[in-house]
Design a protein around this ligand. Structure first.
Ligand SMILES: Cc1cc2nc3c(=O)[nH]c(=O)nc-3n(C[C@H](O)[C@H](O)[C@H](O)COP(=O)(O)OP(=O)(O)OC[C@H]3O[C@@H](n4cnc5c(N)ncnc54)[C@H](O)[C@@H]3O)c2cc1C
Length: 309
């Protein structure tokens, strides 16, 4: 492997491949796994086949003192250019089951939110329309408490099943979890396996109508086409959207390297093609500085930044 800092030596690679049934990739470009299309190589990226695979990876990483990270669809991530030294677990097939029971559903963490919303609508179950157009997986949505306006996924959540850092499966009731704005109280080491949601009975056409209203708004206010990771910064408070603060600094259209502040939505940074994480990070710093200088407000990233400096 070219990266001399890679902690995963050949012996360890063989061991990983021996214990895991799912697909294992080494030096895998994270640009292939993020909606930003940005990111250097992950030393090791594992797509576990089932819960047992996850348990084995967790126990192995503890034994070898190799930290782990878990990802869904990579739609809220900026991975640095030097890549990721932790083992990355990417949930996919094997975590995509969906079961309906009355007005509840139980879905695997890798199910795409868009698939879930459409399927629920076809069964006359609504309540997730607000999330239409949010890309990514259910696990990622719970882990970031994804949402729009005052609505977020935690409001629909009954319980989640997680695997702890000791490799134990735990059921956690949503009431005992203190979700906040784009914040989930789980530690970084808990892996969400599935989630149970409570929806509302409604006519399919009414649900589809509400979905269309949310989608139309999104299409009018968000850039289409170029790779991005959604909103870059959190809103400092509901009445002060980060996009407005950035727009007021006049930074729309500002470009560094191959990254540019969207002219449609100032809180989006677009990858014009072959952008480096460094371009995005420099642009983020410029935005933070301008906003701080003009308003005194410290913008906090909404996207998660992974990888080696
Ligand atoms: C065009 C666009 C529009 C967007 N609009 C919105 C929006 O309106 N509202 C909004 O909230 N977000 C929005 N986002 C951001 C993003 O889509 C959400 O945060 C999404 O829920 C992330 O899901 P993911 O599967 O891609 O997670 P990833 O990006 O892969 O991971 C995000 C975080 O979740 C954690 N995670 C993922 N899966 C698991 C798991 N199984 N167990 C434990 N932790 C896990 C990761 O460790 C990481 O911390 C948008 C993004 C894009 C690109």
């Amino acid at each position: 492997m070219k990266n001399e800092k890679c902690k995963i030596k050949n012996k360890i690679r063989d061991e990983i491949q021996r214990i895991v049934k799912g697909e294992v990739k080494f030096a895998e470009p994270m640009s292939r796994h993020t909606s930003f299309n940005i990111g250097g190589p992950a030393d090791c990226l594992i797509a576990p086949q089932d819960i047992e695979d996850i348990r084995k990876i967790i126990l192995f990483s503890r034994k070898r003192k190799l930290p782990l990270r878990v990802m869904g669809q990579g739609t809220n991530l900026l991975v640095r250019d030097k890549g990721v030294r932790e083992i990355v677990i990417k949930l996919g097939k094997g975590f995509e089951g969906i079961k309906f029971s009355g007005d509840h559903l139980l879905a695997g963490a890798a199910v795409r939110l868009s698939t879930l919303i459409k399927l629920a609508a076809s069964k006359g179950l609504g309540g997730l329309e607000f999330a239409v157009g949010i890309p990514g997986s259910l696990g990622g949505a719970v882990a970031t408490n994804a949402g729009t306006g005052s609505l977020s996924i935690s409001q629909r959540l009954m319980s989640i099943r997680v695997m702890s850092e000791e490799g134990r499966v735990k059921d956690l009731g949503a009431k005992d979890l203190n979700f906040g704005y784009r914040r989930c109280p789980l530690g970084k080491d808990s892996i969400i396996l599935d989630a149970r949601l409570r929806l509302e009975r409604a006519k399919e056409e009414e649900i589809l109508k509400r979905m269309n209203t949310f989608l139309e708004k999104r299409e009018k206010t968000q850039p289409l086409g170029a790779a991005n990771a959604g909103c870059i910064f959190k809103n400092p408070d509901p009445k002060t959207p980060a996009a407005r603060l950035i727009e007021e600094t006049g930074l729309k259209g500002k470009r560094i390297g191959r990254a540019v502040v969207s002219k449609v939505h100032a809180n989006f940074i677009l990858n014009l093609g072959r952008a480096r994480a460094e371009d995005v990070l420099t642009l983020m710093e410029a935005i933070k500085e301008e906003v701080k200088g003009k308003t005194g407000i410290d913008l906090e990233p909404e996207i998660e930044i992974w990888g080696e400096d």
